[in-house]
Design a protein around this ligand. Structure first.
Ligand code: NAP
Length: 325
């Protein structure tokens, strides 16, 4: 099969499409003929050599895909050759074929075409598991989404608004903030010019954010804790601002707050299966009724994978960049 592989750690130029052996499936896995995959921020780190795949996962980059079931392992039930699916992957998406643990397969979201469906698994599973399963966002609560115009952010805003939360979002340009508002953010914040702690306090009459979804890590840690409401939950999912920060436990303790950091990719297969099942139950209906609309910035052929990485690295995109095989 054809697959995009990195010739070594480095810039986008190390990515090339080459012939590699087809994957083989285990008894609990399904072979998928990939129609499309999508680029995630973590892919850039893996290409640079900073984010190796978890043990047992494919060395090929790619955390999600859509496609058609080509073969089914002997212990798999519920899926058949020819089914159109999308999947959450630990790796292997940038290829014509991928082996997927059966629990990480999902039917296509209602009403979405095969290619667009590739943009949904990673963001839907990350946002649902963190904002709802971990942080327990409730209707009427205030949530701050950092990086509101990115792949994760555009999904988080829409899902939080759909359950009746009040959404605030940070973004770097006026056009990106306008998109956040269109998707349901009641308050948008220019993270380059404004102090988000002040804006959050003003917008919530001093209450603060009940939940914060954070992609920055260390550089935002003190300010995120300052922006939290009493009994607020800060969920760190990205470390674009570094890994080691200072945590004021006194401030956290007074607020009875929680700081949680999670990674989806390294979770056990059973956890991922439970998350995928929850996403199909809770998120797919919101796609069906139009409350969650995947934001696809651009769809490109897999041969242009290096340009797709350059685009994500530039930060000029909104939402997702999709690659077709
Ligand atoms: N832990 C997990 O399981 C998990 C899973 C998936 C993703 N993630 C993480 O989630 C983050 C988003 O991923 P993605 O795929 O959605 O990437 P993406 O589309 O490239 O989004 C990156 C976002 O970072 C924002 N950003 C950059 N500097 C910022 C700052 N100083 N303050 C606030 N926002 C800033 C950008 O905002 P502008 O474009 O407005 O500048 C953009 O929205 C990444 O850190 C990724 O590693 C974690």
């Amino acid at each position: 099969m054809r697959a995009a592989v990195a010739a070594g750690p480095g810039g986008p130029e190390v990515l090339h499409v080459v012939e590699v052996p087809d994957p083989t499936i285990g008894p609990d896995e399904v072979l998928v003929d990939v129609a499309a995959t999508a680029v995630n921020r973590a892919d850039l780190l893996q290409r640079q050599g900073f984010y190796p795949p978890p043990p047992g996962a494919s060395e090929i980059i790619g955390l999600e895909c859509s496609g058609t079931v080509a073969a089914v392992g002997e212990r798999v039930s519920g899926w058949a050759v020819g089914d159109r699916v999308c999947a959450l992957l630990a790796g292997g998406g940038y290829a014509e074929r991928v082996a997927v643990p059966a629990g990480q397969l999902m039917p296509l979201p209602p009403g979405l075409d095969l290619v667009t469906s590739a943009a949904v698994p990673e963001v839907a599973c990350t946002v649902w598991s963190n904002v709802f399963m971990v942080a327990g966002l409730r209707p009427g609560e205030h949530v701050l989404v950092h990086g509101g115009a990115g792949g994760i952010g555009t999904t988080a805003i829409q899902l939080a608004a759909a359950v009746g939360a009040h959404v605030m979002a940070t973004a770097g340009t006026p056009a990106k903030r306008a998109l956040c508002e269109e998707l349901g953010a009641e308050v948008t914040i220019d993270y380059r010019e404004q102090d988000f702690v002040e804006v959050v306090r003003e917008a919530t009459d001093g209450h603060g954010a009940d939940v914060i979804l954070d992609n920055m890590g260390a550089s935002y840690l003190p300010r995120n804790v300052a922006a939290l409401a009493t009994e607020g939950r800060l969920v760190v999912i990205g470390m674009q601002g570094g890994t080691k920060g200072e945590l004021d436990l006194g401030a956290l303790l007074r607020k009875r707050g929680a700081v949680i950091a999670t990674a989806l990719r390294s979770r056990p297969v059973e956890d991922k299966a439970a998350i995928c099942a929850a996403v199909v139950e809770h998120v797919w209906p919101l796609v069906g009724d139009g409350r969650l609309r995947p934001i696809v910035h651009r769809t490109m052929p897999l041969d242009q994978v290096a340009d797709a990485h350059r685009l994500l690295e530039s930060g000029d995109h909104v939402g997702k960049v999709v690659l077709t095989t």
